[in-house]
Design a binder for this molecule. Sequence first.
Ligand SMILES: NC(=O)C1=CN([C@@H]2O[C@H](COP(=O)(O)OP(=O)(O)OC[C@H]3O[C@@H](n4cnc5c(N)ncnc54)[C@H](O)[C@@H]3O)[C@@H](O)[C@H]2O)C=CC1
Ligand SMILES: O=P(O)(O)OC[C@H]1O[C@](O)(CO)[C@@H](O)[C@@H]1O
Length: 383
Amino acid sequence: MQALHFGAGNIGRGFIGKLLADSGIKVIFADVNEKIIDLLRSQGSYRVKIVGDNLDLVEEVNNISAINSKDIDGLIPLFTQVDLITTAVGPNVLKIIAPTLAQGILARLAQGNTRPLNIIACENMVRGTSFLKEQVFAHLPQEARASAERLIGFVDSAVDRIVPPVQADEADPLLVTVEAFSEWIVDQTQFKGEIPTIKGMEKTDNLMAFVERKLFTLNTGHAVTAYYGKLKGYRFVRESIEDPEVKAFVKAVMQESGAVLIKRYAFDPQAHSAYIEKILQRFANPYLTDEVDRVGREPLRKLSYNDRLIKPLRGTLEYGLAHQNLMRAVATALHYRNEQDPQAQELQHYLCAKGVRATLQKYCELQEEGLIEEIAAIYHEIK
Ligand SMILES: NC(=O)C1=CN([C@@H]2O[C@H](COP(=O)(O)OP(=O)(O)OC[C@H]3O[C@@H](n4cnc5c(N)ncnc54)[C@H](O)[C@@H]3O)[C@@H](O)[C@H]2O)C=CC1
Ligand SMILES: O=P(O)(O)OC[C@H]1O[C@](O)(CO)[C@@H](O)[C@@H]1O
């Protein structure tokens, strides 16, 4: 079996590509980064370093090749050969690759290929593959849509593994360092044809519970660790979470979002509490060098209506639950500054020009007057 994977970055190489290759699948990486593509192509392998307590393991990933995703003439024929397409390009890039996917699907259909093809977006996003499907279908002519609907599975997934950006290693530029923990959960109801057997890919018919559990616990807590840590002058996630004040706040936020998850999905409260503790330990992994600016990147996305801060906050309103810490988390995120991050720049310009209430309305799409007032008051108090 062959798979085409878009995005040969941290998650592409350190998580999804590795699981696929470890399962005997030939992986073709497609990326816009010419340097990475050249190296992957010429070496035909790369190394993954797995770190944790009593663990310092280097594993080699073989049976791979690579192509520049701008090389359309080379890329499109691959769509007729593979049985699986995965992505780890970042949520904002899905709409950029959608026209290419549509072109590839058309080439496959034109060839009369009736083998099922499954596409899985592995992004920090609720139902990211369904979003990708909408984008792809927008580029398909009407007459191709019924066949695509019948033959192409768009499978949503939840991905969890902390993979910080690669430290420049001249001797081995492809090396990625990952934590031992990993969780990849796919919606088994969305596959077309036989579900491929991939070691480390778990199937469920209740994906939303897993997506929200991960996004509104790990990602919520991580974002708060980043934003509060940044405010306190820390550079690394580990430094931030080791500050008892930060840790207590992050835990309180995760407990508030956890109360929503427990109510919504009937999770066992004790098991959820253990899940939170495990995540706090993962943030403090001394072997990972992870910067608060990576975890806090793109704050407008992280502050959006369905993302890791606002959706749990909305959940607390829905169920009448405590949300003091989630409001403070949003107010803290609004203070995020990073001159290298265009979204952080836009956030600060808008805050400066229009104020906090308008910012909460525009970017978080909050409408509840009382809530907006309370967050604004906390924001100014933090200032
Ligand atoms: N790093 C982590 O710990 C985790 C990240 N994620 C999610 O995985 C996704 C990828 O994240 P990372 O691997 O950390 O980012 P990354 O920045 O390391 O990798 C993204 C890759 O996509 C490539 N890319 C950009 N535009 C492209 C295009 N048009 N065509 C093909 N490739 C393109 C980039 O060159 C880069 O190599 C994101 O959605 C992220 O939220 C999910 C779980 C863990
Ligand atoms: O990748 P995003 O959505 O920008 O957010 C960073 C988050 O993703 C992760 O890299 C993996 O889930 C976390 O480490 C972090 O919370």
